[in-house]
Design a binder for this molecule. Structure first.
Ligand SMILES: NC(=O)c1ccc[n+]([C@@H]2O[C@H](COP(=O)([O-])OP(=O)(O)OC[C@H]3O[C@@H](n4cnc5c(N)ncnc54)[C@H](OP(=O)(O)O)[C@@H]3O)[C@@H](O)[C@H]2O)c1
Length: 194
């Protein structure tokens, strides 16, 4: 059996580790190629886009894939959509690994934003010191907020345009609750964008 894991997450890597060495099972993990030096899971790997749902369908057929696991990040909506379409077209079963969403608890102060741009518009009213966890590719939306200070966490260093007052923390998950609390205190963060 040949299994394709659409990855780029801790869960995907963990799944590949768990399946590695299973007799009769060939696993290929697929990464988008966003990170310069990704942590590769054991087993077969491939890096880069497939060329849309059609490209993924062709890949599944060419490589005789018997099943697909979509273990991509919750923010990665396009690939999940393509995976659903391609798996249906190629008549290959798809298992989508979904992280449970957050649910608000008493005392939470959440401000929903429909886009990074909308989040940027809301920010000045919410605080001065901002922790941005949305990755290096969305920084342009916050570049004009000159009155605010940003802590930006990303795997690879961001490129302009980005906010002028910014400290970059190069790190990759998984992160721990205690570690995150310490980070927020150390940097006196008022507001988190996530
Ligand atoms: N977005 C985040 O915040 C975030 C956080 C952590 C990890 N990641 C990981 O980073 C990757 C890219 O995220 P994204 O938000 O840019 O995705 P996206 O917007 O859903 O996908 C954009 C395009 O990237 C390619 N792609 C995405 N995931 C792929 C994979 N696992 N293997 C091969 N091609 C893939 C596909 O190109 P084609 O159409 O050419 O096939 C897709 O159309 C994902 O694999 C995700 O698991 C993302």
């Amino acid at each position: 059996m040949h299994l394709l894991i659409l990855g780029g997450t801790t869960e995907a890597r963990r799944l590949a580790e768990l399946l590695h060495g299973t007799p009769g099972l060939e696993v290929t993990s697929s990464l988008a190629g966003r990170v310069a030096s990704p942590r590769l899971p054991p087993g077969g790997t491939r890096v880069g886009g497939f060329g849309g749902a059609e490209g993924l369908t062709a890949w599944l057929r060419e490589h005789g894939a018997d099943a697909v696991v979509d273990a991509t990040h919750p923010f990665a909506g396009t690939i999940s959509f393509h995976a659903a379409r391609a798996a249906a077209t190629a008549r290959v079963p798809l298992l989508a690994l979904r992280r449970p969403g957050w649910t608000p608890v008493e005392g939470d102060r959440w401000h929903e934003a429909g886009s990074l741009e909308e989040a940027a518009r809301l920010l000045p009213a919410l605080g001065r010191r901002v922790f941005l966890t949305t990755g290096r590719t969305g920084l342009a939306a916050f570049a004009d907020l000159e009155q605010l200070w940003f802590l930006v966490r990303s795997v690879d260093a961001p490129e302009p345009p980005h906010p002028a007052a910014m400290e970059v923390l190069l790190d990759r998950g998984p992160f721990t609750l205690d570690g995150e609390r310490g980070l927020l205190r150390r940097h006196r963060i008022d507001v988190v964008v996530t």
